[in-house]
Structure formats: C-alpha cells, structure tokens
Design a binder for this molecule. Structure first.
Ligand SMILES: [Fe+2]
Length: 249
C-alpha cells in the first residue's frame, strides 16, 4: 500500500483481481456512455474532458448489470455507505483546452494548478461564494484504462487535508452541523489553498486498472494536463458518497 489516508491524504490500493474484473466490465459500459448523444452535454474543454457526473448505471452496492459484484477489496477500505451512480471521467489527448466563455485566469488555473479544488464546496450566486453543499465521506477513483503516467493523472497536494480541515473547523466554530451549508467558506478556502500550494508537495498519482486511489475528503486535488502523445482517453470511475454532516470535519 502506498500513501496514507490520515497522514498524507491519499492511498493507492494495490492491484487486486476483483477490482480489475469490476474495472474491465465498467470500461465496456463507459465506452458506450462516452458515445451517447444524450450525454454530449458532459463534454468540456473542446471535447478534451467528459465530466460524466452520475453517469454510471450501477446500483447502491456498486454492481453493474451483467458484471461482477462490487469488489470486496474496495469495501474493506471505506465506510459502508450506499453508493450513488458513479462518475465516468474521461480525459482526452490535449486536455485542457479552454472552456468557451471562461476567463483567462480560469484557463490558466487549469493548466498551471491542475484545476485544484476540494470536492463538495460549490460556488453559489453571481459572486460564486463557496459553501459546503456535499459532505462527501471519501473520494474513490477506480482506473478503467491503462495510460502513460504523464497522460493527465490525478494530482494531490500531500497533507493538504490537514491544512484544509483546520481552516474549515475554524470557519464552522460555534455553528451546528445542520447550518454548515450556510457558512461562506470562500475566504477560508482560498487562503488555505494558497498555503497548500506553498507548503505541500504536489504529487501525481497515475494508476492502473486493478488499482484504486482513495483520496481524503478534505484533500486538495486536481487533474494534470495531458503531457503524453496521442492515445486513448484516461477513463476513471469515481465514487464520492455523502456521509453524515457531523462527520465531515
Ligand atoms: Fe474533485
């Protein structure tokens, strides 16, 4: 096992046969999803990124029709929470091309900072104030394809989850969990992110089918630009089920 969820904010779950079998079946499902006309709206960045939120037709146990049961190996690493329809994220050669209508700063952030973010803090309103809207329990990435390591791997800022947790805990101080979603986290998040860029190691985490990446819910993470040659997309299935609010900090 590489990494440590508590101390580093990420773990690579080593290759296992049950994860590989699930990933191989999910890959065949994902290949069809990427071609569905109804899901064209998920393509971004001049078709170099298919976002694919909630696109995988798995049930609450993670099972896909016609495929193997959801891997015991993965269940052993995470709390027992029903799963949502998985995300099918696909990155294509050339990522990231600009998004139409986007500011130059946003395009630059995607290239220079891997579009780094903490999941679940969603921008609201015209001034894009960020609030915790989805209290994820964990983030689990299951690679469905084998790609060169410099073809847009997941990127994490190691130990950033500790800096982020302190910042969020301070912002939520004295506020009951049922009101956390009303707390404006924008400034706390931005200054914590700045600290993470300065103080944390940026680590690229390429992974192969059969392996899986478990990312701490507070960990700053993103996707590196595609620095490899032409080739098939990197497809990853993501699960990030929501847990109880009071458990988020
Ligand atoms: Fe994310």
């Amino acid at each position: 096992m590489k990494g440590s969820l508590d101390t580093l904010g990420w773990v690579k779950i080593p290759r296992s046969d049950d994860v590989l079998q699930w990933a191989n079946h999910a890959k065949s499902v994902a290949d069809d999803i990427l071609l569905l006309p109804d899901l064209r709206h998920w393509y971004r960045c001049e078709d170099t990124w298919f976002v694919g939120v909630d696109c995988l037709p798995n049930d609450e146990t993670g099972h896909l029709a016609g495929g193997p049961e959801y891997p015991e190996t993965l269940k052993a690493h995470v709390p027992d929470i029903p799963l949502h329809a998985g995300q099918v994220s696909a990155i294509f050669p050339g990522y990231p091309k600009p998004v139409e209508g986007e500011s130059e700063a946003a395009a630059r952030y995607r290239i220079k900072r891997d579009a780094a973010h903490v999941d679940g803090l969603l921008p609201e309103g015209a001034d894009r104030r960020r609030k915790l809207k989805e209290p994820h329990a964990y983030i689990l990435g299951i690679p469905l394809t084998s790609n060169p390591s410099n073809a847009s791997p997941l990127v994490v800022w190691e130990k950033s989850h500790l800096i982020m947790r302190d910042a969020f805990a301070k912002a939520f101080d004295g506020v009951a969990p049922e009101h956390w979603s009303e707390v404006d986290l924008t400034d706390a998040y931005h200054s914590a992110r700045h600290r993470c860029f300065n103080e944390c190691d940026r680590v690229e985490l390429p992974a192969e089918p059969g392996e899986a990446l478990l990312i701490h819910r507070h960990c700053l993470h993103g996707m590196a630009p595609w620095n490899a040659g032409d080739g098939p997309p990197r497809i990853v299935a993501y699960f990030r089920p929501e847990g109880p609010w009071q458990d988020w900090i």
